[in-house]
Ligand binder design. Structure first.
Ligand SMILES: [Zn+2]
Length: 387
């Protein structure tokens, strides 16, 4: 039986930089979480879904988040760019448009609040004095560094400041914020059902555009996420989460091997195969994805026209996963055929819808962004979206 409740999450970012000195730069990030029920999916014209039909479906069932960061050469009274970005990240995660739910989710993951007890925050590097002992009391959003006494935000735990200089932040800060916020939106849905309606959680599929991966220092959220998914599975609730990768080394590899795979086949590559055949790197060293991925890579050839690179969680890390390790695999594979888009050969409707949402006027146009940046700047898209 296909899962009747399908949620999609997506984000995009754009950096606008003025082409002349002092090269002011702003980073814009938007993310969305939306719900598409099977009846709505069934009504959609799969050959050419009209953008306004999509909008109607999504109007009453979507959460939107948008924010802007000063990245370079933007004056904020009394504050360095470094502190302004830290502050903006903290305030953005608390976004009142989302009733603070994304912040609740960050706390839920960081303090592992699902099992009733919770845990202390692991120590992180203080953004002020570089002490490695920075932490916060249980469930707090703000506090003081035990060594220098300056203010800490829970979002400092993620380590955005490790990539910033006092007066500039790289474009990557906007991209990494987008990834973190997409993950928080995804788990806001999961947390809500976990707390209020576990039966609905059993009937839901959460679909994310892109890999189930959080890179570098931000990967601190990966272990708690794995522990939650494993704990829920062991408690009898298969939380169904799916990522789709449409670009990158894994998608390129699928393009090579996909056409010769039998229809209806599923291939879950292990560490050695990924290192040798996809990354072309030595097999020795850390197991692939151990620190950063909360989903295993899964190649699927569903029909003669639909082949996909998916990510599906396994709970605890598995170096060489099989289909049996994939959480909710039977439910997910039963739902996939209902999500196929005939317009986009290898696309899943929730992902295509997310991209369509991103192109609707609920988001500022590049022109407005440019106006906002006070110059005739050329923007470059962080992530391409479909027309
Ligand atoms: Zn300190």
């Amino acid at each position: 039986m296909p899962l009747p409740l399908v949620f999609g999450v997506d984000g995009s970012f754009q950096v606008i930089e003025s082409p002349t000195p002092p090269y002011k730069a702003l980073g814009f990030v938007k993310t969305a979480l939306f719900r598409i029920d099977q009846p709505a999916l069934a009504q959609l014209d799969r050959d050419s879904p009209h953008p306004y039909a999509l909008r109607d479906i999504l109007t009453d069932s979507a959460l939107y988040h948008a924010t802007v960061f000063p990245l370079r050469h933007i004056a904020i009274s009394g504050m360095s760019v470094y502190d302004a970005v830290r502050q903006t990240i903290f305030e953005s995660v608390k976004d009142p448009q989302l009733s603070g739910e994304a912040m609740e989710t960050l706390k839920w993951i960081a303090y592992e609040k699902w099992n009733g007890g919770g845990r202390d925050l692991p120590p992180f590097e203080c953004p002020h004095c570089e002490s490695q002992n920075a932490t916060l009391p249980y469930n707090e959003e703000k506090g003081r560094c035990p060594d220098c006494g300056k203010e800490l935000f829970i979002t400092d735990m993620l380590g955005f400041h490790l990539e910033m200089a006092p007066d500039s932040a790289p474009d990557g800060v906007a991209r990494d914020y987008m990834t973190i916020h997409e993950t928080l939106l995804l788990f806001t849905g999961i947390r809500y059902f976990w707390e209020h309606n576990r039966d609905a959680l059993r009937r839901s599929l959460f679909v994310k555009d892109g890999p189930l991966r959080i890179r570098a220092q931000y990967s601190k959220l990966v272990e708690p996420i794995r522990r939650f998914l494993a704990m829920a599975r062991d408690a009898g609730i298969q939380v169904c989460v799916l990522g789709q990768e449409k670009s990158g080394a894994f998608a390129d590899h699928l393009a090579l091997i996909g056409d010769s795979a039998p229809i209806g086949s599923v291939f879950v590559p292990g560490h050695q195969y990924i290192r040798e055949q996809i990354q072309h790197r030595p097999v020795a060293g850390a197991p692939y994805g151990k620190d950063t991925n909360y989903g295993a890579k899964v190649f699927v050839r569903l029909t003669d026209r639909h082949k996909m690179t998916l990510n599906i969680p396994t709970g605890e890390f598995v170096q060489d996963p099989t289909v049996a390790n994939l959480i909710g695999a039977p439910q997910i594979f039963a739902t996939l055929p209902t999500l196929l888009s005939s317009r986009y050969e290898d696309g899943l409707l929730p992902v295509e819808l997310a991209n369509a949402v991103a192109s609707l006027s609920t988001y500022p146009s590049v022109q407005i962004l440019t106006l906002f940046a006070e110059s005739k700047a050329q923007g470059h898209a962080g992530k391409p979206s479909s027309p």
